[in-house]
Design a protein around this ligand. Structure first.
Ligand code: MN
Length: 477
């Protein structure tokens, strides 16, 4: 994906100034060290030029968003038609070619050239007047902290483009009677772009049966490179490989990047997919258990933002009130991308699902700052809840819990963090991400037009309750 850089100007200052504006813009673009390429497109001087470049941005599949900057003044009425057409994410970069005011050099000509303080205010007004969702980043373009903000926005923008074409395959329906994993799939497609549809488990079993021994051999080599395991478990692990290859065939065939399944519908399958699901997440697929297609979709979007990042499907399981920690795990399905050390494949009994003992990847999660993210359908809108957490090394060995697990403490404090999460309606399923930043979460939800509830060190229970009531006013209940 690429981003287009569009400089605003006008004919008022003459050809020489416009040449300078273009040359300076290209230097700025070359100086941006970002995760995704930025391409200088045009110094726009007329309504027709602006409308044309915005149309082209919409139709170019590689264009993930536009960055605008007004080196000079650029009267904003000529931007209205173009901006009204724009369907890609927009960042208004409020920068200036020179960092300082040169005492001797400055005169009226200099000011007419270097007047983003003036031109970008006109540009900002039209963004506000059009009520357009946009990110605004202010600062000198060489400043790494300023560039980091643009990088955060780029991740969000790439996530939204990915989201708009995301397909999610559901094997089996929602876990019976569970509420939080339900949701409006039509609203999800309208708002987030997600196509959420179901595939028969019987058809999955047919695909599994068609997997060859040679394909399983190749995947077993991949497992051996990444994970330790005992020879005695080989047969059981090979069955998980068969499940993984069957699931992936359907995902590839459907062009899907996320899936859900449920232990209540494993018809014709010998094991709950544990290792199979974990390794599919490792490869970049989003996953949600018990029919949770919303967490599956969110997981896939975050993986698209950070292709080699550290994130996983997660579930809040049990508390230690004394140590003030949440134990997070799942029956089996946690992504080895968050493992602190080299993971191990093990085979153990699993009571739920009434199937054979499944192979699963076992490890402890990484230490460090992270976020727990939950996407819920609160009725009439989607709410993304993002809570800051600190992951720690589990303080117990828990020898009878052979699953991937991690422990964390939520912000603003353990108990207030729990209260805030419960008040906001956050699910027991989350995406745990060590990568995603406050700004990327904010940019993503702004572009998508969904509600954002953040819980961080500055959150109070009373403030949160007020914000939720405001949300009901803004979005309707
Ligand atoms: Mn679950």
């Amino acid at each position: 994906m690429k981003f287009w850089f569009i400089t605003g100007s006008q004919f008022l200052y003459g050809e020489e100034t416009l040449r300078q504006v273009e040359a300076d813009s290209k230097i700025i673009v070359e100086g941006l060290k970002l995760p995704f390429t930025v391409e200088y497109k045009i110094t726009a001087k007329t309504e027709a030029e602006i409308e044309k470049v915005m149309r082209e941005a919409n139709y170019d599949d590689e264009c993930a968003g536009v960055i605008t900057f007004c080196h000079t003044f650029s009267p904003s009425k000529m931007w209205i038609n173009g901006l009204a057409l724009l369907q890609k994410p927009w960042l208004h970069f409020h920068t200036q070619f020179n960092e300082s005011i040169p005492n001797e050099e400055i005169d009226m000509d200099y000011m007419n050239l270097h007047q983003s303080a003036h031109g970008d205010r006109e540009h900002g007004f039209i963004g506000a007047r059009l009520r357009m969702p946009r990110a605004v980043v202010a600062g000198y373009w060489k400043d790494p902290a300023v560039q980091a903000k643009i990088a955060d926005w780029q991740r969000a923008a790439v996530g939204t483009i990915f989201s708009k074409s995301l397909k999610i395959v559901r094997f089996g329906d929602n876990m019976r009677e569970v509420a939080v994993t339900e949701g409006d799939k039509i609203e999800a497609q309208l708002r987030l772009g997600w196509q959420v549809n179901t595939w028969a488990v019987g058809d999955l079993v047919k695909e599994m049966d068609a997997v060859t021994d040679a394909e399983i051999d190749a995947l077993m080599k991949e497992y051996a490179e990444l994970y330790d395991f005992d020879e005695k478990d080989t047969e059981c692990i090979r069955y998980q490989a068969r499940e993984e290859l069957g699931i992936e065939r359907i995902l590839v065939h459907e062009g899907a990047k996320a899936f859900s399944n449920t232990f209540e519908d494993l018809w014709g399958m010998d094991q709950l997919p544990g290792l199979a699901t974990q390794h599919l997440m490792y490869k970049g697929y989003g996953f949600g258990a018990e029919g949770d297609w919303k967490t599956a979709g969110l997981g896939a979007v975050i993986k698209a933002m950070y292709p080699d990042g550290h994130s996983s499907f997660m579930e809040d399981y049990t508390y230690d009130y004394k140590q003030e920690l949440i134990l997070g795990a799942h029956m089996l399905e946690v992504d080895p991308r968050i493992a602190a050390d080299r993971p191990r494949i093990e085979v153990h009994h699993l009571g739920i699902g009434k199937k054979k003992d499944p192979a699963r990847i076992v490890f402890e999660g990484m230490e460090g700052k992270a976020k727990a993210l939950s996407l819920i359908d609160i009725g009439g809108r989607f709410r993304l809840i993002a809570q800051d957490i600190t992951c720690v090394k589990p303080f117990q060995t828990m020898p009878n819990l052979p699953v991937a697990r991690t422990m964390w403490r939520p912000e603003p404090s353990f108990l207030e963090g729990l209260e805030c999460w419960i008040i906001a309606g956050g699910a027991h399923h989350t995406v745990l991400s060590y990568d995603i930043t406050d700004q990327t979460v904010r940019d993503f939800t702004r572009i998508m037009g969904i509600e954002l509830v953040t819980i961080d060190s500055s959150t109070t229970v009373t403030g949160l309750e007020r914000d939720l009531k405001l949300g009901d006013v803004i979005y309707g209940r």
